[in-house]
Design a protein around this ligand. Structure first.
Ligand code: GDP
Length: 299
């Protein structure tokens, strides 16, 4: 929980900082609710979710007979928890054999870093992990994964730049079988500007994965950059059109006041946020907890 609080400090200041000025010495009335809506919109919560939250706060206030402005943060915290309550951060696991997770997302959002952090996370749980360097489009992506692999002591299956990503992942599955690995983390290229290409590449990867490892991929995780706020939503929308995304990773929340964007991601896409990036270090990736999030933002 402390990690959430530290990681979300900027988002908290943006929201709660403004709320403090708002509710001090005031009554819970329509004027205050209108201002709350503005604060939420400024915190990248998005129109639809901001309206929903204000309506929920209004109802909670009625139910709990709250009249004083000082009760606003507590009510908002409850409303936020409700908004996120269906979010299930657990990762699907293979019944037998390795679990395979695909990672998609445009370059620069923190995809490599998140794969590196997760490799470390699963290894620390005592699992045998393999990483597949499936972004063969950029040499730097392969090198970066190698670096993370070295740091966390996890093997990286790679081909040279320009190789067929599906072939890399095919090899990773074979290696995972031979070495009795528990988890395979597969990077993919993030060329969203060329949707047709990306779709064809992902389709080929899916075909190989589904044939070689029935039941896989167990998760397709879309990585988005939290610092881009509402743009992260637009990017996610585009990706949902080309990939069968089953969960999201929202990165760099430590560097932004736009953490509120997590709310519309969960509410409007009905796709769970599985992990959040709260820093650049190996253990700065946390399973997304609505309760910890709401508390970190509102207290
Ligand atoms: P990729 O191109 O999507 O693979 O992006 P990278 O993994 O290379 O990350 C891009 C930059 O974002 C790097 O400098 C990372 O250190 C940084 N980064 C990734 N995740 C986080 C995070 O949760 N917090 C912070 N502060 N920086 C991050």
């Amino acid at each position: 929980f402390d990690k959430f609080k530290r990681g979300l400090a900027k988002s908290r200041d943006a929201l709660f900082g403004r709320l403090t000025g708002l509710f001090h010495g005031r009554k819970l009335d329509e004027a205050l609710y209108e201002e709350l809506e503005e604060v939420l919109l400024a915190a990248d919560v998005g129109f639809e979710t901001a309206m929903w939250l204000v309506e929920r706060v209004r109802r909670l206030a009625r139910e709990q007979k709250a009249t004083d402005g000082s009760e606003l943060p507590g009510l908002l915290q409850q409303a936020m928890e409700e908004a996120l309550e269906d979010n299930d951060p657990s990762m699907k696991v293979a019944e037998t054999g390795p679990s395979l997770y695909l990672f998609v997302g445009v370059n620069g959002v923190g995809k490599t870093t998140s794969i590196g952090k997760l490799a470390h996370h699963f290894k620390a749980e005592g699992k045998k992990v393999l990483v597949a360097a499936g972004d063969t489009f950029r040499a730097a992506a392969i090198e970066q994964l190698m670096e993370w692999g070295n740091r966390s002591g996890v093997d990286v299956i790679r081909h040279t730049q320009g190789a067929d990503p599906a072939a890399v992942i095919y090899d990773a599955i074979a290696a995972a079988r031979a070495r009795s690995a528990d988890v395979i983390l597969c990077d993919t290229a993030g060329r969203l500007h060329n949707k047709a290409n990306l779709m064809a590449e992902l389709a080929k990867i899916h075909k190989v994965v589904e044939r070689e490892l029935p039941g896989a991929p167990h998760e397709v995780l879309l990585v988005v950059d939290g610092t881009t706020g509402q743009n992260a939503l637009l990017q996610a929308k585009s990706f949902l059109e080309v990939a069968n995304v089953t969960g999201m990773i929202v990165t760099k929340l430590d560097g932004t006041a736009k953490g509120g964007v997590l709310l519309p991601i969960v509410r409007e896409f009905h796709i769970p946020v599985k992990w959040v990036g709260l820093g650049e270090q190996m253990d700065d990736l946390e399973p997304f907890s609505p309760k910890a999030f709401a508390e970190a933002i509102c207290q």
